[in-house]
Write a protein that binds this ligand. Structure first.
Ligand code: BGC
Length: 485
């Protein structure tokens, strides 16, 4: 076979591999999104109050933190593939358990269990894809993970609305069960697909399986680079051995910069407020003046669609424009959208009802800028910046930070909205005082502005740089902003 033909064939194979592995992202998105639509129904079925709802929602998040915390080391020991397979099994059992829950305590336990799989797959899948992809398309391939997260969120919004029934319907107290059961389908696809996928060449060589590693690389990498990549990986492993690198290395000085990058990018991703829109958009649309709940739900579906469409666009840009450019374009755009959104809400009573159309347009713009930048970049960068010997644990620290920050934002949003409401700007809906989200959006914009400065120093341009070369840069003490091919 000619080299060109081989390159083409390998490219398609990597695409298939990345798509199958990325079903882990679909489950991540689906299982985080599914709860919002199911809440009113199981709340009625179990006769529970809002504090139970908070506990049930938090359970999934706590599970994700536990999953991300413990599986990093395990992935370095038993391999990336086995960990992804285990996550698929937990997804299957967790979905059935959640749908079959007979009471709130059981639902808490089921969501906690399912959360573990969300946490595990949130780091194991991008890691798997980054390690198996050829350098030139690594960004695009890992962004497939983000694409499937966004598709998962959209599918969960749509599937929730398909199963939902109106008040008084005989299935009102049970229609939430199939909402959870649907999650079994992608979990089965992931499980069956993953059985056929190879282990990553980088993990294989780290365990001394050089022949197997070469076999996999020949199927996925540009043939002219295979031996070079193997030689480089071996040299890194030797260097790690000579320096007695083990997992505690992660906290040493030469890896301080990747640690700041992994935790920092997740801080920026979460504290610019993305999940206030993803989790609470029906509420935000109600605040912006869409009177009925039905319209607000459809407005949320529109958020899901914009998120998917612009994530697709990011696939084409990430390995061309590079990480830094996308970061600056994305964060600048979303800061402007946040300030404009805040201004609309602040002036809502003066500007009148038609302002709601401007608000919804601004929310779409905000989501679009997130989708081309911080969405894919967060998961991509945490899978790239760590040296092989600590890559599992390193990226799990990134994932763990993501879930912690995610939780903090989700659980402080409404308190923040109330606390930062300017006197006289309160939005009253059906007699309930909702406060005004303007102040919260201004605060997220401020985080965004500071993130631009942080990003100038800390976002590395890893486009077209091999994972091995990135490691070499840290050994030499290169500053992130000076990294290049
Ligand atoms: C974030 C999630 C977010 C999603 C939205 C992901 O990259 O980690 O917190 O809900 O993007 O698309």
């Amino acid at each position: 076979m000619t080299d060109n033909k081989q390159i083409k064939q390998n490219k398609s194979l990597v695409f298939v591999i990345a798509t199958i592995a990325a079903t882990g992202g679909l489950l991540f998105g689906f299982d985080t999104g599914v709860i919002s639509g199911a809440i009113p129904f199981f709340q009625s079925a179990f006769g529970i109050d809002n504090s139970w709802i908070e506990i049930i929602t938090t359970a999934g998040l706590v599970g994700a933190v536990i999953g991300a915390l413990f599986s990093g080391r395990i992935a370095d020991i038993v391999g990336r593939k086995k960990v992804a397979l285990a996550a698929a099994v937990i997804f299957i059992i967790g979905a059935i358990w959640s749908g079959a829950a007979t009471g709130p305590v059981m639902l808490v336990l089921a969501r906690l269990f399912l959360g573990v799989a969300i946490g595990v797959s949130s780091f194991a899948v991008p890691l798997y894809i980054a390690e198996i992809s050829p350098t030139k398309s690594r960004g695009t391939m890992v962004s497939m993970f983000q694409l499937l997260i966004t598709i998962g969120i959209m599918v969960s919004y749509l599937s929730d609305s398909a199963f939902a029934v109106p008040d008084g319907h005989p299935d009102f107290n049970s229609c939430w069960r199939p909402m959870f059961y649907v999650g079994v389908i992608p979990a089965l696809i992931m499980f069956i697909g993953m059985i056929f996928l190879p282990e990553t060449p980088r993990w294989l060589i780290s365990k001394g399986y050089e022949d197997k590693c070469r076999e996999v690389l020949q199927k996925v990498e540009d043939p002219s680079l295979v031996e070079e990549v193997i030689a480089k990986m071996k040299a890194d492993i030797e260097a790690d051995k000579a320096n007695k690198v083990n997992w505690t290395e992660i906290f040493k000085k030469w890896l301080r910069v990747p640690l700041i990058i992994a935790v920092g990018i997740m801080f920026v991703q979460q504290f610019t407020g993305i999940n206030t829109i993803i989790y609470y958009s029906p509420k935000i649309f109600l605040m912006s003046g869409f009177a009925d709940a039905q319209a607000a739900v459809w407005a949320s579906v529109s958020v899901g669609v914009v998120n998917v469409v612009f994530t697709i666009l990011s696939l084409f840009m990430i390995d061309k424009l590079g990480r830094r450019k996308l970061y600056f374009i994305g964060v600048t755009g979303l800061v402007v959208a946040l300030i404009a959104m805040g201004t609309c809400f602040a002036l809502q009573s003066t500007l009148g009802d038609s302002i709601k159309w401007v608000t919804i347009a601004l929310i779409w713009i905000y989501i679009a800028f997130f989708a081309i930048s911080l969405g894919p970049l967060g998961w991509l960068i945490i899978s790239e910046v760590y040296p092989l010997s600590v890559r599992g644990i390193g990226s799990s620290i990134g994932a763990l930070s993501n879930w912690l920050f995610n939780g903090i934002v989700a659980f402080t949003f409404f308190k923040l909205v109330k606390g930062l409401t300017l006197p006289g700007s309160n939005i009253i809906l059906n007699g309930e005082d909702l406060g005004n989200p303007a102040g919260a959006f201004f605060l997220y914009a401020l985080v965004g502005i500071l993130s631009l400065v942080w990003g100038y120093f800390y976002i590395p341009e890893t486009k077209n740089v091999t994972l091995e070369k990135i490691e070499e840069h840290w050994r030499k003490g290169t500053q992130p902003k000076d990294i290049h091919k």
